[in-house]
Design a protein around this ligand. Sequence first.
Ligand code: HEM
Length: 408
Amino acid sequence: MAELDSLIAQFDVQDPAFIANPYPILSQLREATAVFWNSQTNQWMLTRFDDIAATLRDRRLGRNYSHLYSHHEVGRSEPDPRWDSFHQHEQWSLLCLEPPDHTRLRRLVSKVFTPRSIAALRPSIEGFSADLLAHCRELETFDLLTDYAQPYSVAVICSMLGVPNSDADLLLGWSHDIVKMYELESTESVKQAANQAASEYIAYTRGLIAEKRTKPDGLLISALVQVEDEGESLTEDEIVSTTMVLLEAGHEATVNTLGNGLRALMKHPDQWQRLVAGEVDAKTGVEELLRWDSPLHLFERWVLEDGVQIAGQEMKIGDEVAMLFGSAQRDPRRFASPDQFDIGRGDSSHVGFGGGIHFCVGAPLARQELAVSLEGLVQMFPTLELASEPTYHPTFVIRGLTELKLTF
Ligand code: HEM
């Protein structure tokens, strides 16, 4: 027990050393227990793949509780009114809704994210990638994140939604400030910046929606607006939240998968060579990038019913459950030699995109974006290597590099 307490104490999201390499501690925790109470965050934490995969699909838990209970009923305080804009920005997003609202909105959004419509985007995605890689080639050393991954993923999502790419920097800035709120602990100044960004972002999105009403362009925001205009039940607030969640979810994780994944490849030159030699194709390789160094480490659920037991642990209504994705992705019960980075593993049934009703709606798009990037990088830079040692941002939930300087 003392040993478990000491391990839990080492699960320290404020410790840069833990964030730089959380896997040894996660592995020891996972072997010690399937579930533990984290009194720092007041959450049950799940460590093993099977429990996490099952929890994602368990409808007795939800991403929200407010459709069933008041904050008071689950023993929580009311949201701080100082951060109203932040709460407003996510209130009607897919990620915060539960059925029946979630079902209605998800059906609409899914219409645009079919494998067929995503495949049709491939030529323009390849175009964005080729242009940016050509720009990187002109530099002696380039930062994969700022010179490629960020402008690339924003260009893709903007073109899909119908947002002018000239506003990409604005969107990036807002999104970076907002997503810091999803960490387990945030300072007042982080909250203030996130709230300010959300408020500006909401005003911007409302303007964009007004524009689409007068000048429809057949793209996603226009489609959502049209549904509302045709008398279906999509409110302006829902369109605003949906637009914003797609923009945010649509690029932060993709950028960090590219950053963490290319770092892994540079640290394992034999695996990079397997791609260069054509022994493993990019589509297969992408699955290992998503598994081996997760860009998203923790997702939460609320217990909505009595009688819930996970890994033998009884839980009560209002309890919060944190699923440690980075731990699940390295669980030896599910993956053979899980710490080995094997670019040819090709196991696509990891939990990188979640599971159940909130399964990532953008997964086919993300997979395509990542495969196109990997293909382009391998072709253009077969001798790619690290130009300096990369470091991780001091954030655990959304885990990514500050920069990834590469040379060729
Ligand atoms: C490598 C890139 C990506 C990763 C690793 C990723 C991961 C995830 C995960 C794990 C979830 C489920 C969260 C939960 O169950 O609590 C999720 C949901 C979601 N993702 Fe992604 N995502 C990626 C890219 C994208 C892209 C490109 C888009 C859109 C363009 C997108 C849009 C969404 C949306 C809207 C949801 C919420 C779905 C719902 O609640 O019904 N994601 N994503």
